[in-house]
Write a protein that binds this ligand. Structure first.
Ligand code: S3P
Length: 180
């Protein structure tokens, strides 16, 4: 069978909450497929000269979202086939979601709130989680955003298994999706 990377004509875009593993899994997936990887938060930093968290805090969520929307559109417009990890809120934006579902293969990485909390607690880099009860904030965001994330083409549940196994399952699901 032809290699998956040769059958892809569009980017693979990972969506889901903070701590779901979008960047870590995305990098490994890209490596496995021999494709370039880009993280939208890092691309915002390259463009703005501030980290995504700084843009968020200095200019506010609205400006951050506007920048994120333009940046994701630019990444998709470049037309490169690769793996893109988005920031957790990108796919919640209706315009970005429509664009990504039309021009990319979207994969929702869905992990339980306990795991999201464990992972995000390691580094205090998420402005949205600087709250008195970050776990409750994650649970609220999971609830509020579920109906957006659910619209991704592919839904991958992840838990305590290794990232390598999650990558295997994404590759299988994309292979099935392309055959549909
Ligand atoms: C956000 C997630 C963050 C970052 C920003 C807002 C969100 O990215 O874009 O802090 O709204 O969920 P990660 O999902 O990569 O942590």
């Amino acid at each position: 069978m032809e290699k998956l990377s040769e059958r892809l004509d569009r980017p693979i875009v990972l969506v889901g909450l903070m701590g779901a593993g979008k960047s870590t899994v995305g990098k490994r997936l890209a490596k496995r497929l021999g494709l370039p990887f880009v993280d939208s938060d890092s691309a915002i930093e390259d463009a703005a000269g501030y980290s995504a968290a700084e843009v968020f805090e200095r200019f506010g969520e609205k400006d951050f979202r506007d920048g994120e929307r333009r940046l994701v559109a630019r990444l998709v417009d470049e037309g490169r086939v690769g793996v893109i990890a988005t920031g957790g809120g990108a796919f919640v934006d209706p315009g970005t979601r429509a664009l990504l579902n039309e021009r990319a293969i979207t994969v929702w990485l869905d992990a339980p709130v306990e795991i999201l909390r464990e992972r995000t607690a390691k580094r205090n880099t998420r402005p949205l989680l600087r709250t008195p009860d970050p776990k409750a904030t994650l649970a609220r965001l999971a609830e509020e955003r579920r109906s957006s994330y659910e619209r991704a083409h592919i839904h991958i549940r992840s838990g305590h298994q290794g990232h390598g196994e999650v990558v295997d399952r994404i590759i299988e699901a994309i292979t099935r999706h392309l055959a549909e």
